[in-house]
Ligand binder design. Structure first.
Ligand code: ZN
Length: 132
């Protein structure tokens, strides 16, 4: 099934979180190989303004209806892109990350500390009914 596309809303329904409604329905696709090449091994997905890219493994999980938290997380990012606009999202995301790095945090910690990531984790946790 690699290479197919489904809509984010359809994926959320299939994963059992139909109450999560993305502000904009976007296609969900397997990340292109050039992007997988630059991702670190632990990246499950990435949301751009008009598409959600998942790793092949996460895409298979989503097709099987086992990606509620991940898709709810990406749906939160869709809302952030919409709310902040492209320059606003990029500025906030990168400035948070760089602030963490300049404070001496390692990559993974600086990434987790990005405000937009914390917000997306909290929204996803709430969507699946557990604490962030
Ligand atoms: Zn995220």
């Amino acid at each position: 099934m690699i290479g197919t596309t489904f809509s984010l809303r359809e994926g959320l329904v299939r994963s059992g979180v139909p109450e999560v409604t993305p502000v904009r329905d976007v296609p969900v696709r397997v990340a292109p190989s050039w992007l997988l090449g630059v991702w670190r091994g632990d990246i499950a997905g990435m949301t751009l303004p008009r598409v959600v890219y998942l790793s092949p493994r996460s895409f298979e999980a989503a097709l099987a209806g086992n990606a509620a938290e991940l898709l709810a997380h990406e749906a939160a990012h869709v809302g952030q892109w919409r709310r902040l606009g492209i320059p606003g999202f990029i500025f906030r995301y990168l400035s948070d990350y760089l602030r963490g790095r300049m404070a001496g945090l390692p990559h993974a910690t600086a990434y987790r500390a990005i405000g937009l990531e914390r917000e997306a984790r909290a929204e996803a946790a709430a969507a699946i009914g557990r604490d962030a």
